[in-house]
Design a protein around this ligand. Structure first.
Ligand code: SAH
Length: 257
């Protein structure tokens, strides 16, 4: 049994954008919090409630934010840290765990709950069919926290293993070339016809979804709000009026891998 200090920390996923994608559990956790921590634009999505304090911080300050929220919870408060999408996918839940592992022993006594959210890849996939209908993997293309050669090794392994590949963080102002380089790398392993999906700001009013193929996929079509899905050899595009359906069949054969 953990010795409880009375402090409570919820790490809450807000989903991809629109409030329709916020789960009932996340809504309850947000309503119950005395203090909210998060990246400013994510906090702006949370309705203002009387008596709740707000602590906005910069995008790249995840560990500082996690430590501040833990210190606040350790005073006995009910604190919520918010993430876009799911908090466990390239987001705050891991930053909170890193701080608990390296921080004061007393933080291990806090009541910590992770409240899941709809992650961007599921929101994008749902708009276009079932590209994640069979085995897939997700990579962050940000090399802020890992060297680029690790990303290259993972791209080679994923493409050769027949996975559909999802890219989070495809580009940013500080990382302009990574997505084009990743496409180049994948062209070594995959046919030019492999479908590529760009899903931008999915679940928000400015949402766009585009389907192209690996041979002509243009990295400049992506920005920080874009998620990219690169199909495997097995992924299929069904042309129909309007947006096509892209899907990966549930059964794999040697040839499709
Ligand atoms: N925890 C988040 C991911 C954080 S990493 C989640 O589970 O969705 C940030 C990256 O997520 C962005 O660079 C983009 O690739 C993707 N992303 C987040 N929200 C998105 C949205 N509404 N539409 C498309 N991609 C999104």
């Amino acid at each position: 049994m953990r010795e409880s200090t009375g402090g409570h920390l919820a790490v809450v996923g807000l989903g991809p954008g629109d409030a329709r994608y916020l789960t009932a559990e996340a809504n309850e956790a947000l309503a119950a919090a005395e203090a909210l921590y998060g990246y400013g634009p994510y906090l702006d999505r949370v309705p203002v409630r009387a008596g709740q304090s707000r602590h906005a911080s910069d995008n790249r300050e995840e560990r500082i934010r996690a430590a501040a929220a833990l210190r606040h919870a350790a005073l006995g408060a009910r604190v919520a840290v918010v993430s876009g999408g799911d908090p466990g996918v390239f987001a705050m839940a891991a930053a909170v765990c890193e701080e608990i592992e390296t921080g004061p022993q007393s933080w291990r006594g806090l009541d910590v709950v992770i409240v899941p959210g709809i992650t961007a890849m599921l929101a994008v996939a749902a708009q276009i069919g079932a590209p994640l209908g069979h085995d897939f993997c997700a990579l962050s293309l940000s090399d802020n926290l890992k060297p680029w050669n690790v990303i290259q090794q993972r791209l080679d392994a994923a493409a050769n293993a027949g996975f559909v590949i999802v890219f989070y963080n495809p580009v940013s102002r500080a990382r302009p070339w990574q997505l084009a380089s990743a496409f180049e790398r994948l062209r070594r392993h995959l046919p030019g016809t492999a479908p590529v999906i760009f899903g931008r700001a999915v679940g928000r009013t400015e949402e766009t979804i585009e389907v192209t193929s690996l041979d002509v996929a243009d990295a400049s079509a992506a920005d920080m709000a874009t998620l990219v899905i690169v199909g495997s050899r097995a992924t299929r595009v069904i042309a129909r009026p309007g947006r096509p359906l892209v899907y990966t069949p549930r059964a794999a054969t040697e040839a499709s891998a």
